[in-house]
Design a protein around this ligand. Structure first.
Ligand code: A2P
Length: 269
C-alpha cells in the first residue's frame, strides 16, 4: 500500500510527499513537474515558502504534460499569519491560499491545510477556526497542525470543534525523534508527517547511516526515507536536483531490518 486513509474523512494520503521548502519561485514549477513525473503524488507547500501559486501552476500543467489530473495529487499548504498574503482576516488568508494552489474555480480545494506553527494562543485559535470553516466548506479535505507539542495539542480541546487534528507535521529523523509527541499522536490517531527527513542533508555521511546504506546497496538518503516510512511517518524529502528527486522515490525495493532500525533509533542520545 502506498497511501494511508485519513480517519473519518475518506481521504487517501500518499505515504511519500515532496517538500518544496526553499524551492525558489522561478524553478518551482519545473521542479514540481519533475517530482510528479518521478512518481510523487503529494506536494507540501506553505504560505511562507512563497511558492503556492507555482505548485498550483505545476499541477494544472501536469494535466496536459503528464496526464496527471488535480484529483490524483495530494496538495498541502500551511498558514503562518493572516497578514502575510495581504489578507484582513485569518479566513481570507486561508481562502487566498486555496485560490493560489487550486486556482480560482469555485470548486478549488487543498487536500490538507495546516496551522504552520503554534505562535500565540490567539493565533492558534483563530487559525484553527478558519481551517474548520474551510473544512466544512470542502475547500480543505483534511486539516491539521505543524510543530505542535503535546501541550499545544491538548490545549486545542479548549477551542476546537474538530479534534483531534488529522495531522501533526513535525521535524522527524533519527537525530530528532520527538518520542513524547510521536507517542501521543499515535495514541490519538493523528497522522505524523516528517519534515526534514534527511536532516536537511546535514548528516548524510554519518557512519552508522552509511554502513546501513552500503549493506542494502542504497544511498544514505534512501535509508533515512525508508526509516521514516517504517516508523509509520509520512516523509517529505525536498530536493531541487532531478537525480535526487528520482532517487528519493526509489525506496520500495528494500526493507530495513529491526537491527538497522534499532541502530538508527540509537542515534539520538
Ligand atoms: P538538493 O535539493 O540539492 O538535492 P530535507 O528533506 O531533510 O530538508 O533535506 C533536503 C536537503 O537534502 C537539501 O539540501 C537537498 O539538496 C538534500 N538532498 C535531498 N535528497 C538528497 C539525496 N538523495 N542525497 C543527498 N542529498 C539530498
Amino acid at each position: 500500500t502506498d497511501a494511508v486513509s485519513v480517519a473519518s474523512t475518506g481521504v487517501s494520503m500518499p505515504l511519500l510527499g515532496f517538500g518544496v521548502y526553499q524551492v525558489p519561485k522561478p524553478t518551482c514549477v519545473d521542479v514540481c513537474l519533475a517530482a510528479l513525473a518521478a512518481g510523487y503524488r503529494h506536494i507540501d507547500s506553505a504560505q511562507v515558502y512563497e511558492n503556492e501559486a507555482e505548485v498550483g501552476q505545476a499541477v494544472s500543467q501536469a494535466s496536459a504534460k503528464l496526464g496527471i489530473s488535480r484529483k490524483d495529487v495530494f496538495l498541502t499548504t500551511k498558514i503562518m499569519s493572516h497578514s502575510d498574503n495581504g489578507s484582513q482576516t485569518m479566513y481570507e488568508s486561508v481562502a487566498n491560499s486555496v485560490s493560489k494552489i487550486g486556482g480560482r474555480k469555485k470548486d478549488a480545494y487543498v487536500d490538507l491545510f495546516l496551522v504552520h506553527a503554534p505562535g500565540t494562543r490567539q493565533f492558534r485559535e483563530d487559525a484553527w477556526k478558519a481551517l474548520e470553516k474551510l473544512y466544512e466548506q470542502g475547500r480543505a479535505k483534511t486539516i491539521g497542525v505543524s510543530n505542535f507539542t503535546v501541550e499545544d495539542l491538548e490545549e486545542m480541546k479548549e477551542y476546537a470543534t474538530i479534534w483531534p487534528p488529522h495531522v501533526n507535521q513535525i521535524e522527524l529523523h533519527p537525530w530528532c525523534q520527538e518520542r513524547e509527541t510521536v507517542q501521543y499522536c499515535e495514541n490519538h490517531h493523528i497522522i505524523l508527517q516528517a519534515y526534514s527527513p534527511l536532516d536537511q542533508g546535514n548528516r548524510k555521511n554519518d557512519p552508522a547511516v552509511v554502513t546501513i546504506a552500503e549493506k542494502h546497496k542504497k544511498s544514505p538518503a534512501q535509508v533515512l526515507i525508508r526509516y521514516s516510512l517504517q516508523k509509520g511517518w509520512i516523509p517529505l524529502p525536498k530536493s531541487v536536483n532531478l537525480d535526487r528527486i528520482k532517487q528519493n522515490t526509489d525506496v520500495y525495493d528494500f526493507e530495513l531490518a529491526s537491527d538497522d532500525m534499532a541502530a538508527l533509533d540509537s542515534l539520538e542520545s
